[in-house]
Design a binder for this molecule. Structure first.
Ligand code: IMP
Length: 427
């Protein structure tokens, strides 16, 4: 079972870091295939808590090679500071490999992200402000800067010139901002070259060779299914493909090589930024989920919007990703509710709808149809086996599994690496 994709089944922040890290001990390579430092993984190892934004969580597992694939956008300043932060805490980062084809987030991308959001006003996306969208836009417009460009000053200068040519017009004439000097950007980027050179390689060749040799490769998605630029709640999405197909394009492996696709699914739902969210709660239950679940963004520090579990979304995630398994996280957060509402379908203009509406207006009008499941009050954080869970917690998990369309193979009952019930092995 050598190639697994692990991705968010909802709007991100499902607890992927814990799941990847848990598997990291048994896999040879952990690969990020899209997104950038808009992601935020919290990994708890023993009494140590690590917040990772750009680096694959496998960096915390000795013996595992962390890889940043071609589909990722890399802010070199953030990358180097994340690396030195880990090194200071005694983590060995020397095995990291970075695709020479990954695109670079430069200071002008971050500037464009912020001014564009300001310009959009109340129609803003609520981006993380990390330059993600503008960097992917340049990639698609064929004026992006790639990691390999850092090692050729003449090419780098030409490319920065080409990229800034139009942008400076837009910045000055539309946004009333000062133009950005080419030399300054080139100098800053060249300053990262030596520190990064040793990490850069042809990761596509490396990963395909690894798969040929039956090594275990884990592809780790950032964000989540509903934030996918093609399959998410467009335009309230990120600018890449967190869905399973993104692992192929973002790492350079063919779809026939993927054996298993694991969706990380929170036992309730959260979302950061703007956009539709049918089960969102604006009452004390929402506040309680936020407080108990620690639902505050790792990257931006923003409070997450919270709501009940939405089975329509889970079914959709199964469909568009071809999920083989779910990893249900944060079940412990639901301890203490007498009964727990679960959204099983939507009501849209008087009709019952069981599948995610493809029409955006319908989705914006979707009202959750709830089924009430009985809650539990026992502390479940020490549960090691499924049978250790209180009967109502077992029934909650079984009901979610039935509604969501794929087996729940692991359950998170606390933030620690050990606080997991493994039902089916992932490998
Ligand atoms: P961007 O990815 O910074 O362009 O932001 C686009 C949307 O994706 C915004 O709603 C962000 O809040 C959301 N987003 C980006 N990264 C994450 C993440 O890791 N978790 C949850 N939401 C995210």
């Amino acid at each position: 079972m050598p190639a697994l994709v692990l991705l968010g089944a909802q709007w991100g922040d499902e607890g992927k870091g814990k799941a990847t890290d848990l598997l990291g001990g048994s896999v040879d390579y952990v690969v990020r295939y899209q997104g950038g430092n808009n992601a935020g993984h919290t990994v708890v190892v023993g009494d140590q808590k690590y917040a990772l934004h750009l680096l694959p969580s496998g960096i915390l597992s000795p013996g595992c090679v962390p890889v940043i694939g071609n589909g990722v956008v890399v802010d070199p300043a953030v990358l180097l500071s994340e690396l030195s932060g880990l090194e200071e805490r005694g983590v060995d980062t020397s095995k990291l490999l970075i695709s020479g084809n990954a695109h670079l987030i430069t200071p002008y991308h971050t500037t464009m992200d912020k001014v564009t959001e300001r310009f959009l006003g109340k129609r803003k996306i609520g981006t993380t402000g990390r330059g993600i969208g503008p960097t992917y836009a340049d990639k698609i417009n064929r004026v992006g800067i790639r990691v390999q460009d850092l090692f050729d000053e003449s090419i780098l200068t030409q490319k920065v010139e080409a990229a800034l040519d139009q942008k400076n017009q837009v910045l000055a004439k539309l946004y009333n901002r000062r133009a950005i000097a080419v030399d300054q950007v080139v100098e800053e980027l060249l300053g990262y070259a030596d520190a990064l050179r040793g990490y850069v390689c042809d990761t596509t060749l490396l990963l395909n060779d690894a798969l040929d040799q039956d090594k275990v490769v884990l592809f780790e998605g950032g964000q989540g299914t509903l934030l996918d630029v093609d399959h998410g709640t467009y335009p309230f999405v990120t600018s890449s493909n967190p869905t399973a197909g993104g692992a192929c394009t973002g790492a350079g492996v063919g779809p026939t090589r993927i054996d298993r696709v694991i969706g990380i699914l929170k036992a309730y739902t959260t979302r950061v930024g703007a956009g539709p969210f049918p089960t969102e709660l604006f009452d004390e239950d929402g506040e309680k989920l936020r407080t108990i679940g620690g639902e505050r963004g790792v990257t931006t520090g923003r409070d997450r919007r919270c709501g009940w579990f939405d089975a329509v979304i889970a079914r959709y995630a199964t469909r568009v990703n071809g999920l083989t398994d779910f990893f249900l996280t944060k079940l412990d957060v639901l301890t203490g509710w007498e009964s727990i509402p679960v959204c099983v379908a939507y009501g849209i203009d008087g009709r019952r709808v069981d599948e995610l509406p493809y029409n955006q207006t319908d989705f914006h009008h979707a009202e959750p149809v709830y089924e009430m499941l009985p809650g539990w009050s026992e502390d479940i954080s020490g549960a090691k086996e499924f049978s250790d869970l209180p009967k109502n917690a077992q029934a909650y998990v079984k009901a979610l599994e039935e509604m969501s369309g794929a087996p729940i193979s692991a359950i998170g009952v606390g933030p620690g690496r050990d606080e997991t019930i493994q039902i089916n092995s992932f490998l």
